[in-house]
Design a binder for this molecule. Structure first.
Ligand code: PGA
Length: 263
């Protein structure tokens, strides 16, 4: 299975021209990959400007939990969802994937229940879901494992085994995310959490299906640590935030991922 390297551009860059330039550079590098593929998740407004290519797909960073908006009703109970973007809209401007449950969305108040509605709708719409889970802090008592279990179990409630083929889990410890994070996790730390997540998936969907679900690592991935997560950490791929905005750095992460494999 090819390594999946996801770029989360977050609310960047500022102009369509910068978005096109960054994308064009990544597109060239992606076309030369053999054992890895890239998924670029720009702000939704840039999706129609970018065309997927060889080893290069597009994804949204979030979506609304209702399939469509109705015009506002006179009684004031609006079902219009002003400002929101639907799963279908993301899909019809070229996205194959959507990131859901990112910690930066959770921080704005998204609950596991809300994320679950999005997950089910995205899968029904034919998008592949990158579901992010991760603890705010790790404690020796292991309370954080319950946070992970809750996020995964509630996030995947009423998801059918047959839909698992369109599901990717991104393990992103919140304390490791962003330019100001103190450090990335270690490959060994990732491996341990990934096994725990697999066990939960196996309990829910059966051993065989659980084994095929890719688990990515995210949180301060750089060209310096990317390969170790894929080899020693046995990650199925990476979710890259701030380093995905630097084409040279992201492209070297792609090349390193192409070369990295574990036995
Ligand atoms: P980071 O972000 O690589 O900047 O830590 C990862 C993410 O937010 O998904």
């Amino acid at each position: 299975m090819k390594k999946i390297i996801v770029a989360n551009w977050k609310m960047n860059p500022e102009t369509p021209r910068e978005a096109r330039e960054l994308f064009a550079k990544v597109k060239r590098a992606a076309s030369r990959l053999r054992r890895a593929e890239a998924v670029i998740c720009p702000p939704a407004i840039f999706l129609p400007l970018l065309r997927s290519g060889k080893n290069l797909a597009l994804g949204g960073q979030d979506m609304f939990e209702e399939p469509r908006g109705a015009p506002a009703r006179p009684n004031g109970r609006s079902g219009g969802y002003t400002g929101s973007i639907s799963a279908a809209q993301i899909k019809y401007v070229g996205a194959e994937y959507v990131i859901l449950g990112h910690s930066e969305r959770r921080r704005l108040g998204e609950t596991d229940e809300l994320i679950n509605r999005k997950v089910r709708l995205a899968l029904k719409t034919g998008l592949r879901v990158i579901l992010c889970v991760g603890e705010a802090a790790r404690d020796l008592r292991g309370d954080y494992l319950q946070v992970l279990r809750g996020a995964l179990e509630r996030g995947l409630e009423r998801v059918a085994r047959g839909e698992l083929k369109d599901l990717i889990i991104a393990y992103e410890p919140v304390w490791a995310i962003g330019g100001e994070a103190s450090a990335a996790d270690t490959p060994e730390g990732f491996l341990e959490q990934a096994l725990f997540l697999k066990k939960i998936l196996a309990g829910k969907f059966g051993q065989k299906s659980a084994l095929t679900a890719p688990i990515l690592y995210g949180g301060s991935v750089t060209p310096d640590n990317a390969a170790a997560f894929l080899t020693r950490g046995e990650a199925s791929g990476l979710l890259v935030g701030h380093e995905s905005l630097r084409a040279d750095h992201f492209n070297s992460i792609l090349r390193l991922s192409d070369a990295a494999h574990h036995d």
